[in-house]
Structure formats: structure tokens, C-alpha cells
Design a protein around this ligand. Sequence first.
Ligand SMILES: Nc1ncnc2c1ncn2[C@@H]1O[C@H](COP(=O)(O)OP(=O)(O)O)[C@@H](O)[C@H]1O
Ligand SMILES: [Mg+2]
Length: 224
Amino acid sequence: MNPTYGLQVDRLSFAWSADRPVLQNCSFGVPQGQLWMLLGSNGSGKSTLLKLIMGLLSPQTGTLELLRPTGFVFQNPDHQLVMPTVGADVAFGLVEENLSPSQVRQRVRESLEAVNLSHLERRPIYALSGGQKQRIAIAGAIARHCQLLLLDEPTALLDPDSQLDLVRQVRALVQRQNLTALWVTHRLAELDYCDGAFLLQGGHMVDQGDPQRLKAQILTTQRS
Ligand SMILES: Nc1ncnc2c1ncn2[C@@H]1O[C@H](COP(=O)(O)OP(=O)(O)O)[C@@H](O)[C@H]1O
Ligand SMILES: [Mg+2]
């Protein structure tokens, strides 16, 4: 992989069955240290693409190169947070890493600091807002030292202010820790806080590059 990329996808194709192609010859890359957004209408294959990147599905053709470990953040954080408190949940993701208790405490501390939620370490998960829960899910990935973050509509359940807060914070975190992030969204306002965007349509990556250009183009198409 080109060392300046955190994710490189080359001519990737995937079909659930021969007569139902979802992705056809998709090629794109996300530079390290950047947050890129993936746009496309419902059913265009965005979640399928993330599952291919995560290795939950295998492509029929094409190659994928990515930095590991990789962390995932889903639409609904309640599907992802499993322990009763914030600190316990972040620590839970580290059980397979053979760390000492003090190393675990250190990782939990660092990762909560990274998402600006150190003060919530003892808070029960049920007492968090949606945006805080998403940041805890991200802290879990940071604690595992994930280098690539894949986020599938992480703001879908958030109110407009929390949406933009989350995207701003994730972008700052990506820059500060030189991570790579691919963020699926429907919300054009979020495009103001990313480094680039991809547009998936009819199984093809039809456009990619400057987010403001893509935003203007999508708005023009919606109006016509
Ligand atoms: N497990 C599955 N089996 C068969 N078809 C699926 C499955 N999951 C998704 N699909 C189909 O694949 C296409 C892309 O879905 P998806 O990747 O979820 O789209 P998006 O995330 O862009 O809304 C849709 O036509 C959807 O119905
Ligand atoms: Mg989806």
C-alpha cells in the first residue's frame, strides 16, 4: 500500500447473487490523517462496502489494503456498548490484548481524553446522550489503538447540533492522532467538516474529491 494512504480499494466488485450486483469496479483511497465521507442513496451499497472493508464479506474481484487494527462505529450505539459503565465498556474491548490492569487503566484514560469525556468514566451507559454514546464507541476503538475508523451513519440518531459536534470532534481526533476515517452519511451539512467525499451510485463510485464541489452538485441534482 502507498504509505500515505490508510485505506486503498482497487476495482472492487461484489454481488449478493449473480443477478444482483451491488458494487462494480470501485476504486478509491483515503489518505492517512484524513476524514472522508461516503455518500449515496438508500440501498446504494454503502454499508455493504464497509462490511467488505471490515472483512465481514469477501469481494468477488478486486483488492483492499488497509491499516489495522480497524474500528467500527454503527448507527445505533446501543448495539455496540455492552457494559454497564463507560470505563468498563472501553476496557471490555481490550480483553483479548493481554494487558496488565494498569495498562488497561492507562488505555481507558487516554482514549476517554481523546474524545473529551474523561469526566464520564464512572457514568452508567444509560445516563449518556446519543452523542456521548457515539464518542464512547469511538473511545473503544482508540483504546484498541485502531488506525482506521469506519463509521456507518454515526449521526443518524443525533440531533443537528450533536451531529456537527461529533463530526468536528472526530475530524480533530483523526488529524491529531494521524488516523484514517471513512464516514457514511446522508447529511450534506457534515460535508463541511471532512477532507474529501465519495459518491456511490448504481454500484459505481461516480464521483470523488472536494466535498464542497460534491455538495453543490448534489444540491443541484436535488433541485432539478
Ligand atoms: N444480507 C443481504 N442479503 C441480500 N441482499 C442484501 C443484504 N444486505 C443488503 N442487501 C442489498 O444490497 C443492497 C445494498 O444495501 P446496503 O449496502 O445496505 O445499502 P446502503 O447502506 O447504501 O443503504 C440493497 O439492494 C440491499 O437490499
Ligand atoms: Mg447503510
